[in-house]
Write a protein of this length. Sequence first.
Length: 745
Amino acid sequence: MSIKQYFMPVLFFIFCIIPCYAGAGSAKPSMPDISEEFDGWRVMPVRSKQEYLGGMIGGEAEQHNQGIARSVSNPDVIYLSHDCGQVWRSDDSGKTWNKPPCKNMYVVAGQSIEVDPADEKTVFVLMDNSWDWMHKDYQGIYRSDDGGDTWQFVLPVKTDIKNSRRYQHNIAYDPTTTTDGRTKRWYAAVTNDWLYRTDDRGTTWHKVSELSSCGHIYSIMVHPSDGKTIFLATEKGLFEGKNQGRSIEKTGDLPAGAVSSIAIDSRKPTAVYVVLKGLGLYRSDDGGRKFILVRKFKAEHVFINPLHPDAMYLAGSYNTMLSTNGGKKWKTVSLSPAPGLGRDYKKRMGRPMTGIVPDPRNPLQAVAYSTAAIWRTDDGISFRDSSALFTGYNCGWWNHSIGFDLENPNRFAIFNADVGMAITENRGNFFYRRGVPKKWRTKAYKKIPWTSMHSAALQPGTKTIIAAVGNTWKKKLVKSNDSGITWEIINSKLKNYLFISFHPQKKNIVYADDMVSEDGGLTFMRIPYLAEHKASVLDFCFNHADTVYAMDKKRKTIFRSDDCGKTWRVYVAAAWSFARHDSKPTFSAHASDPDIIYTIDKSGDLAVFDGKKWNSVGVLDLAGSEKPKNYVRSVVVDVLHPEVIYAGMFAPGTETVWRSTDSGKTWKNISYNLPRLGVSGMNINPHSGELFIGGCAGTWVFPPPYKSSNLIYPSLVSRPSCHDDLKNGNELGIDCGGSCRQVCE
């Protein structure tokens, strides 16, 4: 389906048919007839006002990629390996990007990636567990045969995280083994480990040569025609592997230093190009024995066009250059970022995390990633931002990383890692990026550790915002009285600030960690009882918000106050922890019954406490608790219909989000086309009942299971998706006709 069928550059950027929902009522939820509108989760790109007025789709140009691969048989298909978002794919030569769900990929940190030259749907990727200590046994090589929708874990290996944060090419295929539309022989070079080889498309792998003497492995290239020779770019120099990698020896007369990149002329395989890291580009005309300096340059990588090898890019520490005559003359690449949202500084392509895939059909066309954005050129030199639908703003810290104005359904904000706050006053049509000044984190100022905003709250009906800014676990409390145009630090003590919220009925009361303000955030008082018990506020009963709940630092005791935090008591204590992976607990309060709270039991299943006893709901058994290890990471309750509950799972690759419409008695999987990244933070729109989920793949929205007004979902982006539950009808009983069939085509 063409992109024109999805998007129309009109003033109100409508992507799908607008449903005829009525206003929200108080009756028990019932499934509406949404057969013509429902097509799974929709994504909300954070785009600027300039992009909106220009009819641009939007794409957030954040987070980093560490690998890029282009199909030889279908060059329109390009894959990205994302540092915290698994894999992305473009089917239109990098003009727009789609996030495959990545089912059965049990870690999230992507490294090297390569696509079968004969089959654009077969792709291999090296994955790292990064900060996820629970899934270290699932790092290694994954293979997909359906374009990234589902994966097989084919080779467990311990990856080297020190080799991350740069473009990598540690997976390569032998083109001489391509028959019947598939390539049989593949290699994987793992730093401080082994060279692995498979001769059956990744079903079985064999250790070929031990690589610890090579130091970091930056790239592997296979001779395009002899079926025997491989080259390794390593920290210790250039190595050659003969006899299909059985013997690895250092080769070439290069100066001492790390070789960080290799490229081979497909027309003339004796022509081998290498980058001596930080020094320049070298070429050998005898298969890698003798080298001459082509260009002195603070270089990182070289990329040559596979069918037009005289066209090559040399990516450096600070900028990138193009040669169209085999390295005799060079021109410097320029970047044109998308307007708005603070991207104007992205003018130069360079640094280690730069990857380029030239188009084999045209020597002047290429797609690249660099400076946390994706770029495309038609003249070889002028790269324009091509991050459309690449949604990377990460507002997935915890349940309150998305803040809504309770008195204005058009106004809400997402609070993101790194980039800070983005706020809209027009229901998401466009946003203003309004984090604290970047200079606050510099050595000259030293005001904050970092610019991440993980938790914050909008005072209802005003322009006041209270937020926490800093790094992952240590943040300072800040305040804005003009919707984020200016900020001031109101508490310099570094704390976690997992929860910040205004009282929904008494809007001058605001809670932040173990403190409370009764004057709209002008002054904060530490709550003595919480300070004594090393506890922090985590939630309140929304419709009876004088009842507030807190949890101790050990995550085993829940405290309760029924007078806005003045007096407290222990509500319930457990022998197990309400947090599993880190200090972020699983917790939410019932929206109308102050006696009911939700957390996890000792097995990690969602558990309900009603003031007298615990009840485990059994949703973890449905999602799966082992292989990979899993638990209910997040839970939220609909304030409009408290019988509607959502549970988000921790484990990547699994069925991620489950919903109950009967107070937890029964559950249904609503993961659909949502990226299987696990869930850290989710929130419900108090005006519409829509579920919002944020993470490294951006912000995604799901409609409520009842008729509702003020919906944002109809105006959001429908992702292309071809899942059976959307094509053939699903467990929600929806006849997937109309727009859903179009999406699947």
